[in-house]
Design a protein around this ligand. Structure first.
Ligand code: GLA
Length: 391
């Protein structure tokens, strides 16, 4: 099994745009995917989270449309969506992907920022969709930068970019996500993790020691945020916080929650226990990273997975099998599901000399059980969303 090349070159998005629309784009933006390092479902609970922007990207090329039309196309599809006015209701079926860029257009207006009255837009990605690596947030951020700068260069702080992209997803796509994905994709840095205190939100960065490498194993099982159980978990967490009389579950320490758990229905008690302990694990992970104690970091990652598996119940048998196999190997510090859960991928933190051949050997029982290997990605950290230089 071959792992992805970390240095895979960027595509010629300008040439792809020209093929699609017959003339060159005025602007190209790119935004990275992300791995959720630790902090599972803590973001919309006022908690802390650590994410890494990764070297898999979404590119958006755009040009003004002189006729005031809105044309959107993706290199993964064969048709162009064309409207004379920006859609104001959600698109469905094969067009549903366009809700993200269209939502960003509306969100720019909500934030009193310029959004063009007509555009041609092309999306290209080397980031697997549905793997829990935030292709949607990357699409939102790259679209926001491209549309915002289409008429004239407009500076925007990465924090504001993340906020408007999140609003596009909450309000116009209809997913009640937190700030993790957009915040990490906007503020990512090579060699660093993005730390978000999601209450404010406040952003900072923590170094990822060079001796630790990130590998992702994608089950290719559906990771459905909209129609999946994500919204149910969101609602359960809000209900638990309300029943406990706190604004956010992350307001409570594990010690404070323990005597209160019997007040809650068992399902809500499990959800609350996961969030409160996970929030504490994020802070413990920051300390362990600062001390360069990768064994401790790994233990925290695996503990996070077990909590997802048993308390938050957002894991799957395939994700659990990957974690079981990976964590039995001495070259792997720890492993956990990354992202919303209910499918998607496992993140493993490994020693620097870990290889794809080792991964294939360790995961042979998984491959035999599923008839195919998990998609294997050896990822590097990356810088956050940016405009591509004009050539
Ligand atoms: C998805 C959401 C994020 C976050 C994670 C779970 O990626 O988009 O906001 O809630 O799930 O931690």
């Amino acid at each position: 099994m071959a792992a992805s090349s970390p240095s895979a070159g960027s595509p010629d998005i300008r040439a792809l745009f020209e093929q699609a629309y017959g003339s060159a784009p005025s602007i190209v933006a790119r935004a990275p995917g992300r791995v959720e390092f630790i902090g599972n479902h803590t973001d919309y609970n006022g908690g802390a989270v650590l994410g890494a922007a990764i070297d898999r990207f979404v590119w958006v090329a755009a040009a003004p449309n002189a006729a005031g039309r809105f044309r959107l196309r993706s290199t993964s599809g064969s048709t162009t969506l064309e409207r004379t006015a920006i859609p104001t209701t959600r698109l469905t079926g094969a067009e549903a992907w366009a809700n993200y860029p269209i939502g960003v257009w509306h969100s720019l207006r909500d934030f009193n920022l310029p959004a063009p009255a007509g555009f041609d837009l092309l999306v290209h990605a080397d980031l697997p969709a549905g793997a829990g690596l935030s292709s949607s947030a990357a699409l939102e951020l790259a679209t926001a930068l491209a549309l915002l700068n289409l008429a004239r260069p407009t500076a925007i702080a990465p924090e504001q970019l993340a906020a408007l992209a999140r609003q596009a997803e909450n309000k116009y796509v209809g997913v009640p996500c937190g700030i993790l994905d957009q915040g990490t994709s906007a503020l990512g840095r090579v060699g660093q993790l993005v730390q978000i205190d999601c209450r404010t939100p406040a952003f900072s960065r923590v170094s990822l020691p060079a001796a630790a490498h990130l590998w992702v194993f994608n089950t290719r099982e559906k990771h459905a945020l909209i129609d999946g159980l994500y919204a149910t978990r969101h609602q359960e967490c809000l209900s638990a916080a309300k029943a406990l009389g706190v604004k956010w579950l992350a307001d409570l320490t594990p010690e404070q929650l323990a005597p209160l758990k019997p007040k809650l229905p068992p399902v809500l008690a499990r959800r609350a226990e996961h969030i409160v302990a996970e929030h504490a694990r994020v802070h413990a992970t920051v300390v362990a990273l600062q001390q360069n104690d990768l064994a401790a970091v790994g233990r925290l990652l695996t503990a996070s997975h077990r909590s997802s598996q048993l308390l938050f119940e957002n894991s799957t048998a395939s994700l659990d099998q990957l974690v079981d196999l990976l964590t039995a190997h001495p070259a792997i510090y720890g492993a956990r599901l990354t992202g919303g859960g209910f499918g998607g991928a496992v993140l493993a933190l490994t020693q620097a000399d870990f290889t794809a051949a080792q991964a294939a050997e360790i995961l042979a029982p998984y491959t035999a059980a599923h008839g195919a290997p998990a998609e294997t990605l050896h990822l590097q950290t990356a810088d956050g969303a940016c405009l591509a230089p004009n050539e």
